[in-house]
Write a protein that binds this ligand. Structure first.
Ligand SMILES: Cc1ncc(COP(=O)(O)O)c(C=O)c1O
Length: 372
């Protein structure tokens, strides 16, 4: 058992347990378990929170990406750009609907997709088969959206923001997930706003896209048993919506506590031979992960921290272009050097809101000990 886990949901849940219990009981009492009023209420709350016209509750973040691409007209055989350094699901969602992931490299400072790399990829695509970009707001800070949207306009590309890790982060005052044609949010339990199971949401300002999303998530139905298109069983459950509605009220304060912990780490790790997260001026960072970087492999430091009972991890140890499942795309080692370096040199340490000062100091001292 780790002394300091990467995330401690028991600590998050305990103070709001009664509220959560009564929200779940409400759903059990009314037995309306799928979609219905609970999901519609939560969708409304997210619309207000994000200042977006439409929020469509779905079964997971992965499904939100897939349904968003489909709703925007991306078809089997179309190519979709995404970063090589992200969680599998970004590219997995693209591939699962028959589209072809096309990888781009990342910025070494923020780990977000590099605009320069996107341009390079687009210039190489002489057959104009690239139809969309899925930038990822990795670890909780927004990608370079103005420039991504500018390129998208030039090349007539749809943009789906993978907001799985950045729900609540802001880019120039706008909420992550609200700038592209669609935003895809994950409420996986470990996310800053996490459900009690899988859940996700697609965000859009377009009524046409929202209507398509609602049909696609529900077996292609608009009216029950009349199927307009080939849809999916990708609906949000009412218990998840009820839980998320309770937790949404606390999200800003939880994110602020993560930011406070990050500031403390930044300040105390200054001067050591380790890079703390770099935050661009146009974005806030909600520290879904607090990611450090060494000049060499991070694995020994991770081992050291684990020996001290601190659960440090790498998100993600193998970039997507080198994953076995994407071998058919014919990428090679060396194709995306910044992604490969990030996979080797980074580590995430616990940053969750409920960490005590003593725990933060223990993490900092253990890092200092290793570096000296
Ligand atoms: C960057 C990124 N994209 C997509 C997903 C997929 O979300 P979900 O697990 O809700 O399907 C995740 C979640 O782990 C993620 O971190």
């Amino acid at each position: 058992m780790n002394k300091i886990p990467i995330l401690d949901l028991k600590k998050q849940i305990a103070p709001i347990r009664q509220e959560l219990d009564s929200a779940i009981r409400r759903v059990i009492d009314n037995t309306n378990f799928i979609l219905g009023e609970e999901v519609a209420d939560f969708e409304n709350e997210v619309q207000k929170y994000c200042n977006i016209k439409y929020a469509v509750g779905v079964s997971s973040g992965t499904d939100a990406i897939k349904l968003a691409l489909l709703a925007l007209g991306i078809k089997c055989g179309d190519k979709v750009i995404c970063p090589a350094f992200t969680y599998y699901a970004t590219a997995g969602a693209i591939a699962s609907m028959g589209a072809i992931p096309v990888f781009a490299d990342i910025e070494p400072e923020t780990y977000n997709i590099s605009v320069e790399s996107i341009e390079k990829v687009l210039k190489k695509d002489s057959r104009r088969k690239i139809k969309a970009i899925v930038p990822v707001h990795l670890y909780g800070q927004c990608a370079d959206m103005d420039n991504i949207l500018k390129i998208a306009r030039i090349y007539h590309l749809k943009v789906v923001e993978d907001t799985a890790q950045a729900f609540g982060a802001e880019y120039k005052g706008k909420k992550a997930g609200t700038m592209g044609d669609c935003g895809a949010v994950s409420f996986f339990p470990g996310k800053n706003l996490g459900a009690f199971g899988d859940a996700g949401m697609a965000l859009t300002n377009s009524k046409i896209t929202a209507d398509r999303l609602r049909v696609l998530r529900n077996q292609g139905n608009k009216d029950k048993y009349y199927h307009l298109v080939l849809g999916y069983n990708n609906r949000m459950g009412a218990i998840q919506a009820a839980v998320l509605k309770v937790k949404l009220k606390y999200l800003n304060s939880w994110n602020e506590m993560r930011q406070k912990n990050a500031r403390y780490f930044n300040q105390r790790l200054k001067g050591l031979n380790i890079k703390t997260p770099f935050v661009r001026e146009y974005t806030t960072h909600i520290y879904h992960q607090y990611v450090l970087r060494l000049n060499s492999s991070s694995r020994k430091l991770i081992e050291h921290l684990r020996s001290k009972g601190i659960d440090a991890r790498v998100y993600y140890p193998v970039p997507l272009h080198l994953q076995k499942c994407f071998k058919y795309l014919n990428y090679r080692k060396g194709d995306f050097p910044e992604s490969e370096k990030a996979a080797a040199q980074t580590l995430a340490i616990p940053v969750y809101p409920d960490l005590t000062r003593q725990e933060l100091d223990c993490i900092i001292n253990s890092i200092g000990e290793f570096l000296q």
